[in-house]
Ligand binder design. Structure first.
Ligand code: NDP
Ligand code: MG
Length: 384
């Protein structure tokens, strides 16, 4: 039996993690958390009977306590950052799936590692901003960081049995998002609804916008650097519009290993939960005869500046990836609230990266202060 805790159980990755648990008797849910969606939390509590639930807002936590008063055995409801930390470190869990969105995952992830929990890592913003802290810490506490992001799971799968061999190059695949092929002029006019229409994946809103700007692929380059110890100059992004090849690894002898499959996040989630074992997963399978062909192209980094800025941020190092990420988080939130236009997401990132005074080896406090600085910088420049 493996006991699972989830940060962000009401989101896209969180609900798909629960679906994997639902179909496997040897996985047990012990703790969950969400921001404010207590309606879905209540359903999840009644179905899975976790011991502990964290809700970000204390007033929503109060409402949830009343709503589940009849549930037996009783489920404890906690709130705020202390609540997230309690879910992350609960003594009964073996693995924490970090399916929360944004840098808010940093402190809970660090706490879970220190409590000896393996991490099923979906929350890429944590690794982008604090990878230099997380990876050595995981080594020190002898815990596994198991990637859930589909590309990184693919790379992880390609590396099975290759411990002796060094990676020559990572080929990180990208769908290109809903605006592939568009010019900068076209992007001036795109709407929120168009940006939310991803061609292949159904995901949370923030990552869907990140896919449209290609900031997502930029964050993934940084994520890959930390997970696999490969320099960004050896990480090449390849656009593969059908999202059939989830990523590839090229070895020293020129051999390229790839992992393929239909776009279904339950596969990488399940692989992280069962690693190194594979278990049955229902769902669509690849049919190469109907697929016919797989296309490839180079990314357009001059139009989709997200990728270009990410390479620049990781090259600068230190606190710069935090600036990229925090500026993007706030810019996307504003775009989702229709306060700014699509291309202003790039403008906000650029402005903050230009203004920032780099901190070379930031600790957690420096990272959180940099996040705050980014928010203040954007708020004072973009009055909306
Ligand atoms: P969603 O927006 O669908 O879900 C986010 C989850 O985080 C929800 O459960 C939400 O709760 C919770 N949450 C938000 N704010 C807070 C807060 N302040 N405190 C506690 N919980 C909070 O996101 P996704 O599932 O799409 O993405 C999650 C992470 O996984 C991201 O880092 C993303 O980049 C990554 N990822 C996602 C993929 C996907 O297919 N979706 C693929 C690869 C990576 P509530 O519902 O109450 O708001
Ligand atoms: Mg991905």
């Amino acid at each position: 039996m493996k006991n699972v805790a989830i940060l962000g159980s009401t989101g896209s990755i969180g609900t798909q993690t629960l679906d994997v648990i639902r179909h496997n008797n040897d996985l047990k849910l012990v703790a969950i958390s969400a921001g404010s969606n207590i309606t879905l939390l209540e359903e999840q509590i009644r179905e899975f009977h976790p011991e502990l639930v964290a809700v970000w807002s204390e007033s929503k936590a109060k409402e949830l306590r009343v709503a589940i008063a009849d549930v037996q055995p009783a489920c404890k409801v906690v709130s705020g950052m202390d609540g997230l930390l309690e879910v992350s470190t609960i003594s009964s869990s073996d693995i924490l799936v970090t399916a929360v969105v944004g840098m808010i995952g940093i402190r809970p992830t660090i706490a879970a590692i220190k409590a000896g929990k393996d991490i099923g890592l979906a929350n890429k913003e944590t690794l982008v901003t604090a990878g230099h802290i997380i990876m050595p810490l995981a080594k020190e506490y002898n815990v596994s960081i198991l990637p859930v992001d589909s590309e990184h799971s693919a790379i992880f799968q390609c590396l099975n049995g290759e411990r002796e061999n060094s990676i020559h190059k990572i080929l990180l695949t990208a769908s290109g998002g809903p605006f592939r092929g568009k010019t900068r002029k076209d992007l001036e006019l795109v709407t929120l609804d168009q940006a939310l229409r991803h061609p292949n994946w159904s995901m949370g809103k923030k990552i869907t916008i990140d896919s449209a700007t290609m900031v997502n692929k930029g964050l993934e380059v940084i994520e890959a650097k930390w997970l696999f110890g490969v320099e960004p100059s050896n990480i090449e992004v390849v656009v593969q519009p059908q999202s059939v090849i989830h990523s590839m690894v090229e070895f020293e002898d020129g051999a390229v290993m790839a992992q393929l499959g239909t776009p279904d996040m339950r596969l990488p989630i399940q692989y992280a939960l069962y690693y190194p074992k594979r278990v049955f997963l229902d769902g669509r399978r690849l049919n190469f005869a109907t697929l016919g062909h797989i296309e490839f192209e180079a990314p357009d980094m001059d139009t989709f500046l997200g990728l270009k800025y990410a390479y620049e941020a990781i090259e600068a190092g230190g606190s710069m990836p935090t600036v990229l990420n925090a500026a993007n988080e706030l810019a996307v939130a504003k775009f989702l609230n229709k306060k700014v236009r699509f291309l202003e997401i790039y403008d906000m990132i650029r402005f903050c990266m230009d203004q920032h005074k780099l901190i070379p080896n930031p600790g957690v406090e420096d990272i959180l202060e940099t996040e705050q600085w980014v928010y203040e910088t954007i708020e004072s420049r973009w009055i909306s």
